[in-house]
Every structure is written in C-alpha cells, then in structure tokens.
Ligand binder design. Sequence first.
Ligand code: AMP
Ligand code: GLY
Length: 427
Amino acid sequence: MNVLVIGAGGREHTLIWKIKQSPLCGQVYAAPGNAGTQDLATNLPYGVNDFEKIGQAVLEHNIELVVVGPEEPLVKGIRNYFATTEALQDILLVGPDETGARLEGSKDFSKEFMQRHGVPTAGSKTITKDNIAEGKAFLKEVEAPYVLKADGLAAGKGVIITEDIQEAENTLDEMLAGKFGEASSKVLIEEYLHGIELSVFVLTDGKDYLILPEAKDYKRIGEGDTGPNTGGMGAVSPVPFADAAFMKNVEEKVIKPTVEGLEKDNIDYVGFIFIGLMNKDGEPNVIEYNVRMGDPETEAVLPRIKSDLLQHLIAAGKKELKNEKIEIGNETATTVVAVSAGYPGSYPKGLPISGIDSVTEGIIFHAGTIPEGNAILTNGGRVLTSTALGSSIQDALDLSYANLNKIQWEGMNYRKDIGQDLLKYIS
Ligand code: AMP
Ligand code: GLY
C-alpha cells in the first residue's frame, strides 16, 4: 500500500521509519518532509494545509493511506475535506474530523467533553470579556498557583502559571485583550494539579483502541526544567512511575470514557489521542488532549513497538481496530533533541550539519533539516533528535548522548539531563 505522511518534523520522520518496516508498505511519500524523510520516502513540496494539492498527489501516486502528523490540518478539517471530495472518499485517513480536532483546538470544548463524559480533570471556569468579574472572583476562590489557558491554539505558549494573584489577574486582562489574538478571546482558569506528568498515547477508530507506550517529555529549554517552554527537548519511554496498576487506572478512568464519549457525541475520530496526564498518588487527571502524536515523544514511543504499525493504521482507517493487538518491547527508549542557538526564541537557519553519517547504532530522526545538494542544513528550532534503545534508561541515554557528540553545527544545543529525574523511581 502506498502511504502519505503529512508533516515535516521528527514525529513524521519516525512514523515513516516505522511504517517502512512493514511488509504491507509500498511507496511512501511525505508532505513536505525534511532531509531525513527524503532518505526513506519521496518528499512532495506541499504545505500541510494545502488540501487540494495533497488530494491531487494522493490520486496521482495511488496513495491509499494518509497519516496526518500535526494538529493544524486536522483543526482545519482535512478529514472533512477528504470525506466530502468524491474522488478522495475511499482513501483511508488517520486523523480526526474537525469536531474531534477541537479536543485540541479548543480547551473549553475539551473541558466540556471531559466533564460530560466523567473524565477526571481539574475544575475550571471559562471567561470572556463579558464575565471578567466572575473570573477574578474564581481566582480568589482557588489556591495558588493559578493556571490560565488560552482557549485556542497558541503555538504551545497559551498556558500561563503564576503564584501571584495580582499577576494572574493582570494576565487574565491581557489575554482577553488579545495577548494571543483570537486564541485568547476565551480563557480557562483552572485549578492547579499537583503530581508528576506523563503522556499516554492511544490509536482509535472511534470505537476500539490500542494503547501505545507511554512517555515522559521534557518541555523546558534549560536543565533542571528551567527557562521557557519549548516543543519538547527529550523523551523517555517507558515511564518508571507509570506502573501496571496506574496504567490500568488510566485505561478505566480516562481512555475508556474518552473513546466512549467520542462515540456518544458522534465524532468521526480515527487517529491518535495524546493524553497529557498528571499522576497524583496513582490517580490520573487529564491536563489536556492533543489529537496527534507528541513530538519528541513519538521518537521514543514508536521504536518500542514490535508489531506492525502500518497494519494498525490501516485497521484504524478501516474502523476495524477491534482485532488488532499491539506488541511492545521491554527496552527503554530515550530521545534527546538538539536545537538551534536561540531556540525557543529566534534562531538562524541554513547552517550545515556534520557527523550524522558517523552514527551507526541508534537512530537520528530529523526535525528541522533541509537537504541542499549533498549537504544537510538546519531549517528549524528543533533540528534533530537522537534516539536509542537500551536495557535501562542510563544505557539508552549513554548511546543517545554518544551519538549527539558525533554531530555538529554552529550553536547546536541540547539538554544534558534528560531522564535524570526518573532514575529515583528505579529500584
Ligand atoms: P498544556 O498546553 O495544556 O499542555 O499546558 C502546558 C503545561 O502546563 C502542561 O504540560 C503542564 O505542565 C502545565 N499545566 C497545564 N495545566 C495545568 C494544571 N491544571 N495544573 C498543573 N499544571 C498544569
Ligand atoms: N511534546 C509535546 C507535544 O507534542 O505537544
């Protein structure tokens, strides 16, 4: 089967790497892809939101399965576009419809969904310009730290957490006045959840589901979780504090009601659900849903899957996941992300990267890279990820870091402490 993966990051390189291992796999295409996907697939020069061009390419190349990596085309309705375009109606597409994508695209929608279906989550109040006074009263009711969230997509920057009530009130005013544009015309004030955070991933056809390996992400730029938030600086899977009893709890209290909720609400949801969770003394609380895989979590999650991911994706696309079984290996995977100087602020692009070819064991997944002749140039903030499997976190980390030591570009930066906080959970 010919497959198209939409997106250009490390997540998409990893999806293609895994899909290519399947005996069911024919030609693979990426739109637009990066220098890493180019080695495994044909890169098509179309943006992720260019539905018309993507649709034409699907027909031209006899593509039968489309896997959507990032959230933006989902929020913009790529599934609906395929469903309502006659020539594309029979193409299998992994990604929810526009309504399903609101689970990520609107925090208010997502909160109401959780409340309607009994999924444990923090208490909250949604505030607009019309009820600011109610918002300020709610801030006085809840305890610090105060959590304020822009309702819409704000490039990962829409959550502000502060200990100071005055700052919380000012932030509420600023957000409603347009700090994040239209995305913060509604703001959720949320109770603060204590505990340890992890990410759980599910592939669903809207009725049945497979639970993928869980992962822990490292969001801040600086070691010891300091400095501004990024898209993610590293990931580890499995997560030692997510034991079998906790994961059972997650399945019963979060995953089942979520998938049943999609069905009850008549949402055409074929795709991944990324559940951001807080574990408080073994009890899961949902922080957020994303309607896609995480990045860089994918780079640590997919290498641990032993079964045929393409077969699972096809089954999901056909809404026949019921009989699929996922097989997960015992090894630990670590991923360390190397970023451009200045990231997550502004950064240069177009710098030559050397040393990738000298990595022979472990995997380098490309994120912000672009080929130019025989050279590979930086083309983003998160440039590449170094993934390794090992018998322990430390084993895998040793290889992830040894491989990064072989790679260079001007201003290359990465966190040296990925996974260190997890060592205390290992007896
Ligand atoms: P989000 O964009 O919803 O993932 O939020 C960004 C980060 O803020 C999360 O990964 C959490 O670390 C933190 N966060 C969000 N909501 C809460 C909450 N209610 N309590 C504690 N931390 C939170
Ligand atoms: N690593 C977090 C995300 O993909 O949103």
